[in-house]
Write a protein that binds this ligand. Structure first.
Ligand SMILES: Cc1ncc(COP(=O)(O)O)c(C=O)c1O
Length: 358
Protein backbone atom coordinates (compact mmCIF):
# COMPACT_ATOMS: atom_id res chain seq x y z
CA UNK A 1 0.00 0.00 0.00
CA UNK A 2 2.77 2.38 0.89
CA UNK A 3 5.00 1.29 -2.02
CA UNK A 4 4.23 4.31 -4.20
CA UNK A 5 5.08 6.67 -1.37
CA UNK A 6 8.61 5.54 -0.63
CA UNK A 7 11.42 7.47 -2.25
CA UNK A 8 12.53 5.74 -5.49
CA UNK A 9 16.15 6.22 -4.42
CA UNK A 10 15.65 3.41 -1.88
CA UNK A 11 15.35 0.92 -4.78
CA UNK A 12 19.07 1.13 -5.52
CA UNK A 13 20.26 1.24 -1.91
CA UNK A 14 22.31 -1.39 -0.13
CA UNK A 15 22.01 -1.23 3.64
CA UNK A 16 25.06 -0.59 5.82
CA UNK A 17 26.14 -3.94 7.26
CA UNK A 18 27.39 -3.51 10.81
CA UNK A 19 29.58 -6.10 12.57
CA UNK A 20 27.70 -8.98 14.21
CA UNK A 21 26.77 -8.32 17.83
CA UNK A 22 27.53 -10.46 20.89
CA UNK A 23 23.79 -10.98 21.54
CA UNK A 24 23.18 -12.21 17.98
CA UNK A 25 26.02 -14.71 18.13
CA UNK A 26 25.18 -15.86 21.67
CA UNK A 27 21.65 -16.67 20.55
CA UNK A 28 22.59 -18.21 17.19
CA UNK A 29 25.18 -20.63 18.62
CA UNK A 30 23.81 -20.97 22.18
CA UNK A 31 26.94 -19.44 23.70
CA UNK A 32 27.46 -17.59 26.98
CA UNK A 33 27.62 -13.86 26.00
CA UNK A 34 30.36 -13.31 28.63
CA UNK A 35 32.62 -15.79 26.84
CA UNK A 36 32.25 -14.14 23.40
CA UNK A 37 34.94 -11.80 22.10
CA UNK A 38 33.81 -9.15 19.67
CA UNK A 39 36.55 -7.98 17.30
CA UNK A 40 34.44 -6.91 14.36
CA UNK A 41 33.64 -3.21 14.82
CA UNK A 42 37.00 -1.54 15.50
CA UNK A 43 35.88 -0.41 18.95
CA UNK A 44 38.19 0.25 21.88
CA UNK A 45 38.31 -2.84 24.16
CA UNK A 46 39.72 -1.00 27.20
CA UNK A 47 37.94 0.72 30.08
CA UNK A 48 37.34 4.47 30.06
CA UNK A 49 39.30 6.58 32.57
CA UNK A 50 37.41 7.02 35.85
CA UNK A 51 37.15 10.79 35.27
CA UNK A 52 35.28 10.18 31.99
CA UNK A 53 32.94 7.66 33.61
CA UNK A 54 32.27 10.16 36.40
CA UNK A 55 31.60 12.99 33.96
CA UNK A 56 28.96 10.85 32.22
CA UNK A 57 27.30 9.98 35.55
CA UNK A 58 27.42 13.57 36.75
CA UNK A 59 25.81 14.76 33.49
CA UNK A 60 22.75 12.59 34.02
CA UNK A 61 21.13 15.50 35.91
CA UNK A 62 21.31 17.60 32.72
CA UNK A 63 19.67 15.29 30.19
CA UNK A 64 16.31 17.03 30.42
CA UNK A 65 17.90 20.05 28.71
CA UNK A 66 19.28 20.54 25.24
CA UNK A 67 22.95 21.50 25.28
CA UNK A 68 23.49 25.27 25.18
CA UNK A 69 25.63 27.12 22.61
CA UNK A 70 28.15 27.51 25.44
CA UNK A 71 28.33 23.70 25.84
CA UNK A 72 29.03 23.24 22.11
CA UNK A 73 31.60 26.02 22.13
CA UNK A 74 33.40 24.54 25.14
CA UNK A 75 33.91 21.24 23.29
CA UNK A 76 35.07 23.09 20.16
CA UNK A 77 37.58 24.92 22.35
CA UNK A 78 38.92 21.62 23.81
CA UNK A 79 39.14 20.07 20.32
CA UNK A 80 40.86 23.24 19.13
CA UNK A 81 43.58 22.84 21.81
CA UNK A 82 43.97 19.16 20.90
CA UNK A 83 44.11 19.57 17.13
CA UNK A 84 45.83 22.97 16.83
CA UNK A 85 43.11 24.75 14.83
CA UNK A 86 40.85 27.59 15.87
CA UNK A 87 37.28 26.75 17.03
CA UNK A 88 36.08 28.61 13.92
CA UNK A 89 37.60 25.78 11.82
CA UNK A 90 35.74 23.05 13.72
CA UNK A 91 32.23 21.61 13.28
CA UNK A 92 30.69 19.00 15.58
CA UNK A 93 28.27 16.18 14.85
CA UNK A 94 26.88 12.83 15.97
CA UNK A 95 29.98 10.82 15.11
CA UNK A 96 31.70 11.02 11.74
CA UNK A 97 28.51 9.45 10.37
CA UNK A 98 26.49 12.47 11.51
CA UNK A 99 29.12 14.97 10.36
CA UNK A 100 29.22 13.33 6.93
CA UNK A 101 25.46 13.46 6.60
CA UNK A 102 25.43 17.20 7.22
CA UNK A 103 28.33 17.68 4.79
CA UNK A 104 26.33 15.83 2.12
CA UNK A 105 23.54 18.38 2.64
CA UNK A 106 26.08 21.17 2.29
CA UNK A 107 27.59 19.93 -0.97
CA UNK A 108 25.55 17.39 -2.91
CA UNK A 109 22.95 18.10 -5.56
CA UNK A 110 21.08 15.73 -7.84
CA UNK A 111 23.32 14.20 -10.54
CA UNK A 112 26.58 15.15 -8.84
CA UNK A 113 29.23 12.45 -8.85
CA UNK A 114 31.32 11.29 -5.91
CA UNK A 115 34.62 9.47 -6.33
CA UNK A 116 35.39 6.57 -3.97
CA UNK A 117 38.57 4.46 -4.01
CA UNK A 118 37.48 0.91 -3.02
CA UNK A 119 37.55 -1.12 -0.87
CA UNK A 120 36.72 1.39 1.84
CA UNK A 121 34.13 2.33 4.48
CA UNK A 122 30.81 1.50 2.82
CA UNK A 123 28.84 4.43 4.25
CA UNK A 124 30.37 6.82 1.65
CA UNK A 125 28.55 4.98 -1.12
CA UNK A 126 25.29 4.79 0.83
CA UNK A 127 25.34 8.51 1.64
CA UNK A 128 26.13 9.45 -1.97
CA UNK A 129 23.07 7.53 -3.14
CA UNK A 130 20.81 8.86 -0.37
CA UNK A 131 21.64 12.35 -1.58
CA UNK A 132 20.90 11.47 -5.24
CA UNK A 133 24.54 11.59 -6.33
CA UNK A 134 26.22 8.84 -8.37
CA UNK A 135 29.23 7.19 -6.79
CA UNK A 136 32.10 6.33 -9.15
CA UNK A 137 34.76 3.90 -7.98
CA UNK A 138 38.53 3.63 -8.34
CA UNK A 139 40.09 0.22 -7.79
CA UNK A 140 43.08 0.30 -5.44
CA UNK A 141 46.36 -1.42 -6.28
CA UNK A 142 47.83 -4.66 -4.86
CA UNK A 143 48.74 -3.07 -1.55
CA UNK A 144 45.53 -1.04 -1.56
CA UNK A 145 47.37 2.13 -2.61
CA UNK A 146 45.53 4.71 -4.75
CA UNK A 147 47.16 5.61 -8.06
CA UNK A 148 47.07 9.44 -8.35
CA UNK A 149 46.71 9.06 -12.14
CA UNK A 150 43.43 7.22 -11.58
CA UNK A 151 42.15 10.18 -9.57
CA UNK A 152 43.09 12.58 -12.37
CA UNK A 153 41.48 10.45 -15.07
CA UNK A 154 38.28 9.79 -13.11
CA UNK A 155 37.50 13.31 -11.95
CA UNK A 156 34.86 14.81 -14.24
CA UNK A 157 33.01 18.09 -14.43
CA UNK A 158 30.16 16.60 -12.39
CA UNK A 159 32.47 15.25 -9.67
CA UNK A 160 31.71 17.14 -6.47
CA UNK A 161 33.38 15.10 -3.71
CA UNK A 162 36.34 12.76 -3.41
CA UNK A 163 36.23 10.41 -0.40
CA UNK A 164 39.58 9.39 1.06
CA UNK A 165 40.17 7.44 4.26
CA UNK A 166 43.50 7.40 6.10
CA UNK A 167 44.21 4.90 7.60
CA UNK A 168 41.72 3.21 5.33
CA UNK A 169 39.03 0.89 6.67
CA UNK A 170 39.33 -2.12 6.10
CA UNK A 171 42.86 -2.17 4.65
CA UNK A 172 44.72 -0.13 7.30
CA UNK A 173 47.06 1.74 4.91
CA UNK A 174 47.59 5.50 4.80
CA UNK A 175 46.77 7.82 1.91
CA UNK A 176 50.03 8.83 0.25
CA UNK A 177 50.95 12.54 0.12
CA UNK A 178 51.01 12.54 -3.67
CA UNK A 179 47.54 11.01 -3.85
CA UNK A 180 46.10 13.57 -1.45
CA UNK A 181 47.80 16.43 -3.26
CA UNK A 182 46.50 15.22 -6.64
CA UNK A 183 42.97 14.96 -5.24
CA UNK A 184 43.17 18.47 -3.74
CA UNK A 185 44.64 19.97 -6.91
CA UNK A 186 41.53 18.89 -8.86
CA UNK A 187 39.76 21.69 -6.93
CA UNK A 188 36.95 19.30 -5.87
CA UNK A 189 35.99 18.87 -2.21
CA UNK A 190 38.17 16.21 -0.58
CA UNK A 191 36.65 14.50 2.47
CA UNK A 192 39.52 12.86 4.33
CA UNK A 193 38.22 10.45 6.97
CA UNK A 194 40.82 10.12 9.74
CA UNK A 195 38.68 8.07 12.14
CA UNK A 196 41.77 6.00 13.05
CA UNK A 197 44.38 8.81 13.01
CA UNK A 198 45.33 8.39 16.68
CA UNK A 199 46.78 4.93 15.88
CA UNK A 200 48.76 6.05 12.82
CA UNK A 201 52.23 7.44 12.18
CA UNK A 202 50.95 10.49 10.32
CA UNK A 203 47.86 12.58 9.68
CA UNK A 204 47.01 15.44 7.35
CA UNK A 205 45.01 17.81 9.51
CA UNK A 206 47.63 20.58 9.13
CA UNK A 207 46.94 20.62 5.37
CA UNK A 208 43.63 22.35 6.13
CA UNK A 209 45.65 25.58 6.51
CA UNK A 210 46.71 25.38 2.86
CA UNK A 211 43.68 23.87 1.14
CA UNK A 212 40.22 25.37 1.58
CA UNK A 213 38.72 22.34 -0.26
CA UNK A 214 40.01 19.87 2.36
CA UNK A 215 37.72 18.55 5.10
CA UNK A 216 39.33 16.29 7.73
CA UNK A 217 36.99 14.09 9.76
CA UNK A 218 37.77 12.82 13.26
CA UNK A 219 35.90 10.88 15.93
CA UNK A 220 35.80 10.05 19.64
CA UNK A 221 34.49 6.55 18.76
CA UNK A 222 37.78 4.75 18.24
CA UNK A 223 40.91 5.65 20.28
CA UNK A 224 38.86 7.58 22.88
CA UNK A 225 36.43 4.68 23.30
CA UNK A 226 33.22 6.75 23.16
CA UNK A 227 31.49 5.00 20.20
CA UNK A 228 28.21 4.80 22.10
CA UNK A 229 28.08 8.54 22.79
CA UNK A 230 28.40 9.53 19.10
CA UNK A 231 30.83 12.45 18.97
CA UNK A 232 32.65 13.40 15.77
CA UNK A 233 34.03 16.56 14.24
CA UNK A 234 35.36 18.07 11.05
CA UNK A 235 38.30 20.44 10.64
CA UNK A 236 37.87 22.67 7.60
CA UNK A 237 37.85 26.23 6.27
CA UNK A 238 35.73 28.81 8.10
CA UNK A 239 33.66 29.22 4.94
CA UNK A 240 32.57 25.56 5.03
CA UNK A 241 32.03 25.68 8.82
CA UNK A 242 29.59 28.59 8.31
CA UNK A 243 27.56 26.66 5.70
CA UNK A 244 27.68 23.55 7.90
CA UNK A 245 26.33 25.52 10.87
CA UNK A 246 23.45 26.91 8.83
CA UNK A 247 22.20 23.44 7.89
CA UNK A 248 23.24 21.20 10.81
CA UNK A 249 20.63 19.58 13.07
CA UNK A 250 20.29 22.01 15.99
CA UNK A 251 21.39 19.57 18.73
CA UNK A 252 23.53 16.77 17.29
CA UNK A 253 25.22 16.08 20.66
CA UNK A 254 24.02 15.71 24.24
CA UNK A 255 25.35 17.18 27.50
CA UNK A 256 26.79 13.77 28.59
CA UNK A 257 28.48 13.29 25.20
CA UNK A 258 29.95 16.80 25.24
CA UNK A 259 31.22 16.39 28.83
CA UNK A 260 32.68 12.93 28.18
CA UNK A 261 34.53 14.14 25.07
CA UNK A 262 35.90 17.18 26.93
CA UNK A 263 37.02 15.05 29.88
CA UNK A 264 38.68 12.55 27.50
CA UNK A 265 40.76 15.39 26.08
CA UNK A 266 41.91 16.16 29.63
CA UNK A 267 43.17 12.59 29.99
CA UNK A 268 45.64 12.30 27.14
CA UNK A 269 48.02 10.16 29.25
CA UNK A 270 45.33 7.51 29.40
CA UNK A 271 44.80 7.84 25.65
CA UNK A 272 48.50 7.31 24.99
CA UNK A 273 48.59 4.22 27.20
CA UNK A 274 45.72 2.73 25.24
CA UNK A 275 47.29 3.57 21.90
CA UNK A 276 50.52 1.84 22.98
CA UNK A 277 48.63 -1.27 24.05
CA UNK A 278 46.77 -1.37 20.74
CA UNK A 279 50.00 -0.98 18.78
CA UNK A 280 51.57 -3.86 20.71
CA UNK A 281 48.50 -6.01 20.01
CA UNK A 282 48.56 -4.98 16.36
CA UNK A 283 52.20 -6.11 16.01
CA UNK A 284 51.39 -9.37 17.75
CA UNK A 285 48.48 -10.17 15.40
CA UNK A 286 50.47 -9.11 12.32
CA UNK A 287 53.40 -11.33 13.23
CA UNK A 288 51.65 -14.35 14.71
CA UNK A 289 48.76 -15.00 12.34
CA UNK A 290 49.89 -17.69 9.92
CA UNK A 291 48.05 -16.13 6.96
CA UNK A 292 49.24 -13.12 4.98
CA UNK A 293 48.62 -9.87 6.89
CA UNK A 294 48.85 -6.35 5.47
CA UNK A 295 50.76 -3.42 6.99
CA UNK A 296 48.28 -1.47 9.10
CA UNK A 297 48.28 1.93 10.81
CA UNK A 298 44.89 1.46 12.47
CA UNK A 299 43.43 -0.57 15.37
CA UNK A 300 42.67 -3.51 13.11
CA UNK A 301 44.57 -6.01 11.02
CA UNK A 302 43.49 -7.31 7.62
CA UNK A 303 44.42 -10.88 6.78
CA UNK A 304 43.97 -12.93 3.61
CA UNK A 305 42.89 -16.40 4.68
CA UNK A 306 43.26 -17.88 1.17
CA UNK A 307 43.04 -20.68 0.12
CA UNK A 308 40.21 -20.79 2.67
CA UNK A 309 36.98 -18.92 2.16
CA UNK A 310 36.66 -15.84 4.41
CA UNK A 311 32.97 -16.39 5.11
CA UNK A 312 33.57 -19.96 6.19
CA UNK A 313 36.52 -18.97 8.36
CA UNK A 314 34.45 -16.27 10.13
CA UNK A 315 31.59 -18.72 10.63
CA UNK A 316 33.96 -21.30 12.12
CA UNK A 317 35.40 -18.76 14.57
CA UNK A 318 31.98 -17.41 15.46
CA UNK A 319 30.96 -20.90 16.58
CA UNK A 320 33.91 -20.67 19.00
CA UNK A 321 32.67 -17.27 20.25
CA UNK A 322 35.08 -15.07 18.27
CA UNK A 323 33.45 -12.42 16.09
CA UNK A 324 35.59 -11.11 13.21
CA UNK A 325 34.62 -9.14 10.11
CA UNK A 326 34.28 -11.05 6.86
CA UNK A 327 35.12 -8.68 3.98
CA UNK A 328 33.71 -10.85 1.17
CA UNK A 329 30.86 -8.37 0.55
CA UNK A 330 33.53 -5.87 -0.58
CA UNK A 331 34.03 -8.03 -3.70
CA UNK A 332 37.81 -7.90 -3.87
CA UNK A 333 38.93 -10.25 -6.62
CA UNK A 334 40.87 -13.42 -5.71
CA UNK A 335 41.11 -12.48 -2.08
CA UNK A 336 39.60 -13.89 1.09
CA UNK A 337 39.89 -11.00 3.48
CA UNK A 338 39.04 -10.94 7.16
CA UNK A 339 39.38 -7.83 9.32
CA UNK A 340 40.33 -8.30 12.98
CA UNK A 341 40.01 -5.48 15.51
CA UNK A 342 42.91 -5.44 17.96
CA UNK A 343 41.56 -6.56 21.33
CA UNK A 344 43.00 -7.12 24.80
CA UNK A 345 46.10 -9.34 25.07
CA UNK A 346 44.11 -12.45 26.02
CA UNK A 347 41.66 -11.89 23.16
CA UNK A 348 44.44 -11.44 20.62
CA UNK A 349 46.04 -14.71 21.74
CA UNK A 350 42.72 -16.51 21.42
CA UNK A 351 42.21 -15.24 17.87
CA UNK A 352 45.70 -16.25 16.78
CA UNK A 353 45.28 -19.75 18.22
CA UNK A 354 41.88 -20.19 16.55
CA UNK A 355 43.01 -18.85 13.16
CA UNK A 356 46.24 -20.82 13.16
CA UNK A 357 44.30 -24.04 13.75
CA UNK A 358 42.39 -23.62 10.47
C1 LIG B 1 36.45 4.95 8.34
C2 LIG B 1 35.33 5.18 9.29
N1 LIG B 1 34.74 6.37 9.33
C3 LIG B 1 33.73 6.62 10.17
C4 LIG B 1 33.25 5.65 11.01
C5 LIG B 1 32.09 5.98 11.90
O1 LIG B 1 32.57 6.73 12.95
P1 LIG B 1 31.61 7.41 14.00
O2 LIG B 1 31.40 6.41 15.09
O3 LIG B 1 32.37 8.60 14.45
O4 LIG B 1 30.34 7.76 13.28
C6 LIG B 1 33.81 4.38 11.01
C7 LIG B 1 33.30 3.35 11.91
O5 LIG B 1 33.65 2.21 11.90
C8 LIG B 1 34.89 4.13 10.13
O6 LIG B 1 35.47 2.94 10.06
Amino acid sequence: MLDDLFSKRLDSMEEYVAGKTVDEIAEKYSLDPDQIISLSSNQNPFSLPNQVKRSIKDSSEDVSSYPSPKDFYSLKKSVSDYIGFSPSNIALGAGIDGVLETLMKVFLEKDDETLIPVPTFSYYKILSKVFDASPAYIERGKRFEIDPEKIKSNVKEDTKLIFLCSPNNPTGNLVQEETLKTALDTGKIVLLDEAYAEFSSRDYVDWVSNYDNLVVLRTFSKAFGLAGLRVGYAVMSEEIVEKYRSISPPFPLTVPSINAAKTSLNNLNHLNEIINKIKTGRDFLTEEIKFKTFKTEANFVLTDVSPHNSEEVCEKLMKQGIILRDCSHMSIKDRNLVRITVGKEKENKKVVTALNQI
